[in-house]
Write a protein that binds this ligand. Structure first.
Ligand code: NI
Length: 140
């Protein structure tokens, strides 16, 4: 696969283009329209790849919870031991007197990683959270 750049033209409504140019400006001087389009295409390809069963992905799950909630820390700890092969690392931050933030980094088959995340997010006492999946994006 060649890394030579290929030009193509894109048609879009003027208002959409104006909004896109504002996005390009927010991304800073180092980015131009072409680079931002490439970033967006890569994001879409990674997102599509992450939804393909059987693909190995990296996942970061961020959760927020009250550490006073019943047995919650022990439950979260037990779940993470159940998946010691997939859970690569975790970071715990004490947000204030009550609330904790945890970032759990995982690697594995996309369906399994989403299942682990759902189990953690579904644990009573976890107030909110979000899973972000990514790949190395070999198609770059
Ligand atoms: Ni804490």
């Amino acid at each position: 696969m060649s890394n030579d750049l290929v030009r193509f033209s894109v048609a879009m409504p003027e208002e959409l283009l104006m909004s896109f140019d504002q996005l390009v400006a927010r991304r800073g001087l180092a980015k131009n329209r072409s680079e931002v389009v490439r970033d967006l295409v890569r994001d879409a390809l990674v997102e599509d790849e992450c939804s393909t069963p059987g693909i190995v992905v990296m996942g970061t799950l961020t959760i927020v919870y009250d550490h006073h909630a019943n047995d919650l820390q022990e439950k979260l700890h037990a779940i993470q031991h159940d998946y010691f092969e997939e859970i690569v690392s975790s970071m715990h931050v004490h947000v204030d007197q009550h609330m904790c933030l945890e970032v759990i980094v995982m690697r594995g088959e996309t369906g399994l990683i989403q299942g682990i995340a759902n189990r953690i997010l579904g644990t009573k006492g976890v107030q909110n959270g979000r899973l972000v999946l990514t790949t190395t994006g070999k198609f770059m």
